[in-house]
Design a protein around this ligand. Structure first.
Ligand code: SF4
Ligand code: SF4
Length: 281
């Protein structure tokens, strides 16, 4: 059996990605070695659903430039080079730095002719590990007030080590840089959606993205019976994407979720069996 790296993703938040990721990880880990990676770093919650006590593995640091105004000749080159608009320079004045805008790219250091900028760093997030029987767990968490989610996701992915039958990556919602970073390198994406206008709209965005990234994608239609699903089916047909699972609304799932229990559901169990089969082909 080869390692299958699967992203559980979806353009829209609140479609049940975390519930499906954790439940799927639970079923797959009964017979396989599984690593679940919670890459929803703004709001990681898979450990809560799985009742895993996380241990801090490492801090994620971002490079922050530091100015030495004794050397600065006020040339403005650092401000010109900063594409993140983190440096403002008024003519004949020293540069003003907006730390929250800075992404740590280092361009300002490279262009400064006087070596007036040096490196410092700040902690922007943490990486955690955990274990639950056959299920290994990794989770990244952005610190409050920080914006650079993709740096945490990149750092999280560097900690994916070892041999597993399945690596499941629970991405954030949306199609931003942190989601792209999480999808990169996956050999299957499961796009979780629901039959609502927002679900349809955001599914379209995520299918466009996975098509661009050339990642084979399948749709999971959660709460499949809350409205007509004809538009989602049409979209699946237009993109040539299979609807691999339909999970009707279930009070039992909601009750398990509200108690913080791992979801047991026959549709997700069937989905796990299908994925196991795909891996054996
Ligand atoms: S490190 Fe990059 S983003 Fe930060 S201030 Fe310098 S040029 Fe701008
Ligand atoms: S590039 Fe260097 S010398 Fe020029 S304004 Fe920026 S810090 Fe000062």
């Amino acid at each position: 059996m080869k390692t299958m790296r699967i992203a559980i993703t979806g353009g829209k938040g609140g479609t049940g990605k975390s519930v499906i990721s954790t439940s799927l990880a639970g079923y797959l880990s009964k017979k396989n070695s599984v690593l679940l990676v919670d890459a929803d770093v703004d709001c990681p919650n898979d450990h809560l659903i799985l009742s895993i006590e996380r241990k801090k593995l490492k801090e994620v640091k971002q490079m922050i430039p530091k100015w030495n105004f004794d050397r600065c000749i006020k040339c403005g080159k650092c401000s010109e080079a900063c594409k993140a608009n983190a440096i403002l320079q008024v003519k004949n004045k020293y540069p003003i730095f907006f730390r929250e805008q800075c992404n740590g790219c280092g361009a300002c250091l490279l262009v400064c002719p006087e070596n007036a900028i040096t490196k410092s760093s700040k902690t922007v997030g943490n990486i955690f590990v955990g274990k639950n029987q056959n299920l290994s767990f990794l989770s990244g968490e952005l610190m409050p007030g920080e914006l650079i989610s993709e740096l945490i996701v990149d750092s999280l992915k560097k900690e994916i080590k070892g041999n597993y039958d399945f690596i499941l990556i629970d991405t954030a919602a949306g199609t931003h840089c942190d989601v792209i970073a999480a999808l990169d390198g996956c050999n299957l994406a499961l796009a979780v959606t629901e039959p609502t206008p927002l679900g349809e709209h955001d599914l379209d965005l995520i299918l466009q993205l996975t098509k661009k990234l050339d990642i084979p994608t399948k749709i999971i239609l959660n709460r499949s019976d809350i409205a007509k699903k004809s538009k989602i089916k049409q979209m699946a047909k237009n993109y040539g994407v299979e609807m691999i699972s339909e999970i009707p609304y279930s009070k039992k799932i909601q009750q398990q979720y509200s108690k913080g229990e791992l979801i047991k559901d026959k549709n997700i169990e069937k989905l796990a069996e299908k994925i196991e089969k795909m891996n054996k082909q």
